[in-house]
Design a protein around this ligand. Sequence first.
Ligand code: GAP
Length: 446
Amino acid sequence: MAKTKENSMEKFVSFCKRRGFIFQSSEIYGGFSSCYDYGPLGVELKNNVKRAWWRAMVQENRDIVGLDASILMSPKVWQASGHLTEGFADPMVECKKCHKRFRPDHLEDKKRCPECGGELTGARQFNLMMKTSVGPVEDTASEAYLRAETCQGIYMNFENVRDSMRLKIPFGIAQIGKAFRNEITPGNFTFRMREFEQMEMQYFTNPKEKARHFKKLKEARLKWYLDLGIEKKKLKFHEQTPDELAHYSKAAFDIEYEFPFGVDELEGIHDRGDWDLSNHSEHSKQDLRYFDDQTKEKYFPHVIETSAGADRAALTFLLDAFSVVHGGRTKTTESAKEEEFVLKIDKRLAPIKVAILPLSKKPELAKPAQEIFDELKQEWQIQYDETGSIGRRYRRQDEIGTPYCVTFDFDSPKDKAVTVRDRDTMEQERVKIDELKIYFREKLGD
Ligand code: GAP
């Protein structure tokens, strides 16, 4: 049985749709460029990714707390943060005839439109902030922006959180939420979208201590992906060169992953210095410096930021786990040419943890199997499936990454036991029905 990791994005995208992970937004209207919807399995997976991040960031650290700030904020935030003024923009050329815009570095002929042949303008900077208007009257006074990075909400609440939680430097504030960018070149499925979700943590430190925290956070973030099963040789750090650094960054390392469409950024770990707090202090006229009551020092804390995309992480976990197996794994394919998909995803991220499969639809098997389903669903996201041959049902569960299948067979009413099949080893084990919960607590954790 030959196993290969499949590199074709096309096959992967159609798999995501067919099995209810990710759909194109507004599909019946021809789709809406670079926006995607998560289906019933996709939302479970993405929630598990966010839960794993929150657990590693907030729950398991004494010095990091959570926050959920609003998407809309005063436009003054974006003025002070430099997003409206400091090059949160991409250079673009525009066709004078059809008015389509292109990134000049993506064009072979810089003078002619690649679509209609019209003359192109010189390069101009296009800001990536997404504008909206707030209130009933659409005028410049009501102009606002959808946040382009979640962390500005953290800076807005630096004092509120520090004060209400009686925190002392160093400490971190973590947040998960939507961000919006008018990306000029979205693409590669959910890799670059105009609406996406970020998982960001801002760690506030004394500037003298920041090198140590930078190193620790870099290592912790790489370890998170490895612990959750991403193939080690596909991950690496890339240190940003001065011309790659964002306007707020003093130094930055990207965690990069080898995607089927090339090596690209998965997450960024940034030294933002005191850029944000000092600028917000200056613009708001509020003193955001920190007073150290032991050393009597007053200073702007420096920030080490870890900034991950929830969608990009979910895409990476899916792609990394997506395997194509040729021939006969579940006895539903006969020739070695036929393909089966197996999603070898970490159990903590799997959308469905257990599938309950009665060997027959007959009530003497289906009814007790449904009782097992009712019992286990109180603790885990599980599925019940009684349609098709058992091989087909295993295959459907392997495809969506379900770690365990429970088969209730004709012996089960007599020996009060079921067969549990492991997705990865395909080994089968007989387990007593009244010990199933303890069995899965051990296997799945929480
Ligand atoms: N606060 C810093 C910041 O936003 P960034 O490098 O612009 O830094 C951080 O973004 C992460 O957010 C990226 O590594 C990526 O995972 C995710 N991200 C950024 N733009 C995205 C987009 N258009 N679509 C999907 N994810 C995106």
